[in-house]
Write a protein that binds this ligand. Structure first.
Ligand SMILES: O=C(O)c1ccccc1N[C@@H]1O[C@H](COP(=O)(O)O)[C@@H](O)[C@H]1O
Length: 212
């Protein structure tokens, strides 16, 4: 198991889960966002969750999901963490935590130094932070775009809760991203895909090796 904890997000097939597990993943992410090419039905997500061995953290990624949607997801799929990847307010983060009794990771998009105060605010209510690249205006997805931000913006920054680096990470750049930011956890989706939404076992393995 590498020192760096890796989350492989947007897994869609049982063989993707197996590849992530074999690579030493700490987290596996399932996407529940209809616009995403990685979106899962509840049945498929339950099937994938059943293939995850105990000890790995199964994360549900949602975007501005309401209680009805979260009730359905949490009722159908055994989960260990909720990742809120939309414009959920700090109050909404606190409400989701209280309602579902699961740890919540809040994604915050970063493009400039002006985006950093939001990390302080969410760090007071979320269990973890996901420091991701801010999508370009008009992007279809608020994440999962394979776009990186200027990692120097967060060099040496620390927050009161554990955090993960995300956005445009690949087997080629993840070691440099870790070196520059001091991240101890990293999250990847596009960078381990052979085509949009299709994971590649060799890339998953290469990413884990480069991160570790
Ligand atoms: O992966 C998606 O389809 C997705 C959809 C909506 C919000 C977030 C999404 N993915 C998350 O985005 C980041 C970065 O992804 P990438 O490595 O740049 O492709 C990662 O946290 C994914 O969990």
């Amino acid at each position: 198991m590498p020192d760096i904890r890796v989350k492989f997000c947007g897994l869609g097939r049982v063989e993707d889960v197996a590849a992530a597990v074999a690579a030493g993943a700490a987290y596996v992410g399932f996407v529940f966002f209809a616009k995403s090419p990685r979106h899962l039905s509840l049945d498929r997500a339950a099937e994938l969750a059943a293939a995850v061995p105990p000890g790995l953290c199964k994360v549900a990624l949602t975007v501005n999901a309401d209680d009805a949607a979260l009730d359905e997801i949490t009722g159908a799929v055994p989960l260990d963490m909720l990742q809120l990847h939309g414009s959920e307010s700090p109050e909404r983060v606190a409400a989701v935590k209280a309602r579902y009794g699961l740890p919540v990771m809040k994604a915050v998009g970063v493009a400039t130094a002006d985006d950093l105060p939001a990390l302080e605010a969410y760090g007071r209510v979320a269990d973890q932070l996901l420091v991701d690249a801010k999508p370009v205006p008009g992007a279809d997805l608020p994440g999962g775009n394979g776009v990186a931000f200027d990692w120097r913006l967060i060099a040496g920054r620390r927050w009161p809760v554990p955090w993960m680096l995300a956005g445009g990470l690949t087997p080629e750049n993840v070691a440099e991203a870790i070196r520059l930011t001091g991240a101890r956890q990293v999250d990847v989706s596009s960078g381990v895909e052979r085509a949009r939404g299709v994971k590649d076992a060799a890339l998953i393995r290469a990413f884990a090796e480069a991160a570790g």
